[in-house]
Design a protein. Structure first.
Length: 66
C-alpha cells in the first residue's frame, strides 16, 4: 500500500533521517521517499494504518497535514 503525507518543518537531511528512522520503527519493511521541496513523504509497501505512520512522524516534531 502506498501512502503520501504532506509534512511541514523538514529543512535538512537530519529531518529526513529522523522521519525515516521513526517510520522504520513502525514498519521496518516500508520504503520511504522524501521530497523536502514538495513537503512530501511517500511510504511504499507499508501494511500499517495511515494514522500509525502519521503519529510516528508527529512524534519526531513534524506537522502532518494530509
Amino acid at each position: 500500500m502506498d501512502q503520501t503525507f504532506t509534512v511541514t518543518g523538514m529543512t535538512c537531511g537530519h529531518c529526513e533521517a529522523a522521519i525515516k528512522r521513526a517510520l522504520a520503527q513502525v514498519d521496518p519493511a516500508a520504503q520511504v521517499q522524501i521530497d523536502r521541496s514538495q513537503q512530501r513523504v511517500q511510504v511504499q509497501g507499508s501494511q500499517q494504518p495511515r494514522e500509525a505512520l502519521a503519529a510516528a512522524i508527529r512524534e519526531e516534531g513534524y506537522e502532518v497535514a494530509a
